[in-house]
Design a protein around this ligand. Sequence first.
Ligand code: BMP
Length: 214
Amino acid sequence: NTRLILALDVTDRDEAIQISEKVAGYVDAIKIGYPLALATGMEIIGQLSKYAPIIADFKVADIPNTNRLICEQVFKAGADGVIVQGFTGHDSLEAAVKLAKEQKKDIFVVTEMSHPGALDFMQQAGEGIAKMAADVKASGVVAPATRPERVTEIRKIIGNELSIISPGVGAQGGSASDVIKAGADWVIVGRSIYQSDEPDMAAKKIVDEIKEVI
Ligand code: BMP
């Protein structure tokens, strides 16, 4: 385990494959989202899954039935995990988690996001969402590396059964070692790796930084 997840928000298929090939040895998973899937089509999930498990970040936020239908398609495309929003409430989360468990896949629930605007409304809901994610037995939550103290709070709420995956390191100002110390299990890093001239070395540097604090 390197405790690093690559957020691969490029929009070119060849570039996505080249970067994945280079960093495969340094990451535990590759997170892809709308930018790459909309640019290349869903088959990119199958193409990248030979390098690392794929977490599909579609921030699913719908009624239970639609959540289930969406997750079904994403798992069918070859993803190992799906990220869903938590603000939709317990029934929507439950629908996604139930399907994931049947297929031995993972659901990660967004608690509060890493950008400044998350303070407008989202943060007030974050702890309630974290509790709900634990109640429905999701695999983990997404919590902000830009606010390590919130990661510590969320860890207290969810206990040790759920994982915390944490974006906001590098380009958004968060530090990999600080958020791991605060209680995250994985850091999610995008631009600092895929925009680097040497993505493999950029990834290695983060992995080394994490190793120093665990
Ligand atoms: P970057 O390291 O380039 O900032 O990328 C972070 C990734 O994590 C992006 O894919 C972004 O959409 C995602 N993300 C985030 O930054 N904050 C959140 O709260 C939730 C996310 O999914």
